[in-house]
Each structure stands twice: as structure tokens, then as C-alpha cells.
Design a protein around this ligand. Sequence first.
Ligand code: SF4
Length: 434
Amino acid sequence: MNQYKKVAFYTLGCKLNFSETSGIAQNFEKGGYAKVDFEERPDVFVINTCSVTDNADKKCRNIVRKAKSINPNAYVAVIGCYAQLKPQEISEINGVNLVLGANEKFNILEHVEKLEQESKDSAVVLGGEIDDVTEFFPSYSIGDRTRTFLKVQDGCDYSCSFCTIPLARGKSRSNTIKETLKTASEVASTQAKEVVLTGVNLGDFGRYNNESFHELVLELDKLEGIERFRISSIEPNLLSNPTIDFIATSKKFVPHFHIPLQSGSPELLRSMKRRYKREIYTSRVEKIKTLMPHCCIGVDVIVGFPGETEEKFIETYDYLNELDVSYFHVFTYSERANTLAPKLEKSVDRKTRDERSKKLRILSAKKKRAFYQENIGKSFPVLFEAENNNDFMFGFTSNYVKVKTKYNEDLVNQVKQVNLKEIDRDGLFLIDFE
Ligand code: SF4
């Protein structure tokens, strides 16, 4: 037993990282550690990093400095995508004691226990080759009373020309449906009412077990103890028509899809090495909206990709303006090491990237407002969250509309049918209860 008792966590990045941090925290607690907040002078800091943009790297360095300012004698362990991609760079950050790549991050407790035998002068680095990462570690987030991120898939076999994730997380992998149902049953025994299915390339679930994401959806829908399932994000070419048909009638899978598009220009989709044509995307949206007109559809889109001329940007803008979708997540392209895109075409200057990002964010706000207005007067089940904000509380409908009402403890983590009355000046729905 290590005399280090207190551990604190800091997570950057995606839902997958949050579910993994939570899984790792559970192991520390089983190992006799008390999980404390970052500011509570822990003996061990664990920083779970992201590496989607340059900014993510900078953030990691700042958090290491913050940790050392809170407790200079503590051990600092850095894991996650940045740790897999640039272990040496991290090991040179003053104050870092341990750097673990994708293969070792789930054995962190063991490595932390060994740290006292190591000198503090230099960091212990266990990066490892990403091709050696083959094991799937299930995990789910705990701590949010209403919603749990359930990791069901990891890694990616695609090679989109702007993306480093396959280099950070390795090949696509998942557990079998039977094992995944076991993990989901554990979640069903917690309080959470909503489970958000998460992964790197979620729709690729089961490919190496001769199973499919569609089959997983059918099995999860039968599981007792979980009221709602939400699919975090799924590639358009991996969102099958049978899955859309099924979700249109499911009582548990909510009418909300988040589908990465990345560009509305066929030429840019090709140089991004995306695995679908624009027509596929259009047909998915049309099918969803035909079966579920109230369904919420979110879109990922990148601006400023190399070769994005003004014409190609307008192609994306017009395409999204026409499409019956509800909001966008707009990403400004940033060059990443060891990716193809920077070598492909003429890069777009920073100022233009930022201008285009602004234009798409304005369009996204317009789309979201229109989607909200379409829902005025309609009735949906809302899952109410625990936060009390100036005597108000919030919740999301099944189709991802945010509502607001007077704080009432009895509503926390409850699913209630409500009428969407009007949109207030903050863009939130005021409601009546049915
Ligand atoms: S599908 Fe493309 S963008 Fe998504 S993780 Fe895989 S390589 Fe990256």
C-alpha cells in the first residue's frame, strides 16, 4: 500500500477521455486512494490529455504548472493522446514524473506505486508503439448524477488527412456485445438515467468480432434500468438505414444524431480522405427528417482546410444553409504533425480561417434558433439536471432542446413530460408540465 493517499484528476478533450478518467479514478479508489479536487493538495495529480489541436498541448503544460504550484511535492502523471503522440516533449516539462502512452495508461496505479523508488530528477516515460495497442478497456463516467458517458469503442482504422487520432489511440477495437452489455448493466445500477454511447469511430463497433453497431443498439434497447440512450457522434457512412429506422420507433434511443460532415465541398471531402460522398450525407439527413421531423441533427465541420478556396467555402456554407440540420460544431483547421493535409494544397491564412469560422458559427446559431422555433408548443420528455443556478434548473429534451424551470429538488435526475412554451432571451425553453 502506497502512503500516497490523495489523488486528483484533470481531463482535457472528448467524452471518451472523461469516461476513461472516471474508470481510472475508480481503480485508484479500489487501491485505497481518496479522490479529491485539484485544489485540495493531492499527493498524485493525473492529467488526461487531448491532442486534437496545438492549443491542447499548451493547455497541458499550463495544468502541469498549476499542479506543481498547488503541491510541489506531489507526483504528476500525464496520460492520454498528447502523452502517446509526444511523450518526450511532455517528459521535459518541469514537474512531470510519469508519462504513459495508450498501452500503459490503464495500469497507471501500478506505475504510480513504483514512483517512490524512482528519482524525481527525470520523468518515467512509457510511451510505446501505437501499433502495439490492441486491447480494449471499457469504461464509463461516474459523478454526473444524470448522464453517463459509456465507452463502447476505441481507436480508428480510417486515415482522414487532417487527423492524428489513429496515431494517438491506435486501431479500431471494441468488446463483444455480450461484454458491452455487462458494462452497461453496471451503469444501469448507478443513478444515471441517460447513457451517452461514446467511442472514437463509434459506428465501427464490433467489426473485429463479426458484430455490428446496429446489433449493439438492438441489444442495448432491451436492457432494463436505463431510460435513455444517446449516440454521441457517428460517421455518416456507418449510420445505417436499419439503425435510423429502429431509432425512429425506439422508446429508449433518443431522436438526436451528431454526424461529422467536415466539408460540403466534394473536392475537399476527397482530399480530407473522408469515406463518403456528399450525397450520402444528404440522404442520411433526409431519411432521418422524414421518419423523425423533430429529430435534432448536429454537424461537425472544419473551416480553413488546405485548398479551401472562397468558392469551396461558399459551397460548404450554401450546402449547410440548405440542409435541414440543427446546429454545427465548427473547427478551425490546424496543422498536425504526421498528417497528410499540410502537404496537400496551399494553406489558408489564419485571418481567413477565423473569418470563415465566424460565418459558420453565425449560421449555426441561425439554424439552432429555427430548430428551437419549430419545437414551440410541442411536448417532449425532459431529463432534469442537478445544477441549481440562481434558483433555476435545466434539462434536455430527448431531441436535445435545452429547457429551464424553477429549481425543484424533486425534479433532479427525473424524466418528466413537458410542453415547450416559449424561448427566453437566453435561448432556453420555458415549459409547462403535463
Ligand atoms: S474517422 Fe477520421 S476524423 Fe474520425 S478519428 Fe478516424 S481518422 Fe480521425
